[in-house]
Design a binder for this molecule. Structure first.
Ligand code: ADP
Ligand code: 5GP
Length: 209
């Protein structure tokens, strides 16, 4: 196990990805509420805020110039262009939290997930799947953030994202019933083995419900 200078166990890095509109933010919010000592990394983005989104809570909304400056200074753990906008994870905040023994969840795309896995091979990789295309289209629409063409681009991007995920993600969770999906992610985060042969063991807990 990795330890920091104070010989305290370093936290775990958890990557949660999935196509736009599949329910990542909704799941993340609930998982963080249920698992003690789990922090959400707030990403930088050059896209404008959507309805109800707040700077510093949902994203750090920055200009392209500011984003590129941080990137060139090596301040981002990973970065990617998604649907024409730049997204990235601030490195210092993640390292600080991991050093303090906290577990950190990154809600990022597959390109970013792949970069993180290279730097942190122990990262726990979770991919959220929609039950079907129709449900995904409805959820993208329900979110009410995108113009019709943008919503369509997001939907078209989903199959590429899903195809790429099978190579890099070892935990696939279908978000049909929200409560069921949240429970599954909570168990993965806590290190409970998944799959048909897995017992409902309680080893490896990292927090209480
Ligand atoms: P993402 O972060 O992946 O883009 P969101 O969390 O914003 O997706 O969810 C998109 C929409 O789908 C929201 O309106 C959310 O309430 C809804 N949603 C999430 N999970 C489910 C589910 N299991 N069943 C039905 N609607 C869902
Ligand atoms: P949205 O615009 O719907 O919030 O996000 C679009 C996509 O960008 C989603 O797949 C989301 O996971 C991804 N994303 C959000 N933040 C980051 C980040 O910091 N890095 C990367 N690589 N992707 C991100």
């Amino acid at each position: 196990m990795n330890r920091n200078d104070n010989n305290k166990a370093r936290g775990k890095l958890i990557v949660l990805s999935g196509p736009s509109g599949v329910g990542k933010s909704t799941i993340c919010r609930e998982v963080i509420r249920r698992v003690e000592g789990l922090e959400l990394s707030v990403s930088l983005t050059t896209r404008p805020p959507g309805p109800g989104e707040q700077d510093g809570r949902d994203y750090w909304f920055v200009s392209e110039a500011e984003f590129r400056e941080r990137m060139e200074q090596g301040l981002l753990l990973e970065h990617a262009e998604v649907f024409g906008n730049l997204y990235g994870t601030p490195k210092d905040k993640v390292d600080e939290a991991l050093d303090a023994g906290k577990n950190v969840i990154l809600e990022i795309d597959v390109q970013g997930g792949r970069q993180v896995k290279t730097v942190y091979p122990d990262a726990v990789m979770i991919f959220i799947l929609p039950p079907n295309d129709k449900a995904l289209a409805e959820r993208i629409g329900r979110r009410g953030r995108d113009a019709e063409e943008v919503a369509e681009t997001r939907l078209n991007g989903a199959s590429n994202e899903i195809a790429a995920a099978w190579q890099h993600y070892d935990n696939m969770v279908i978000n049909e019933d929200l409560e069921h999906a949240v429970k599954e992610v909570v168990q993965i985060v806590r290190g409970v083995p998944q799959g048909p042969d897995a017992s409902d063991g309680s080893d490896g807990h990292i927090g209480d419900a």
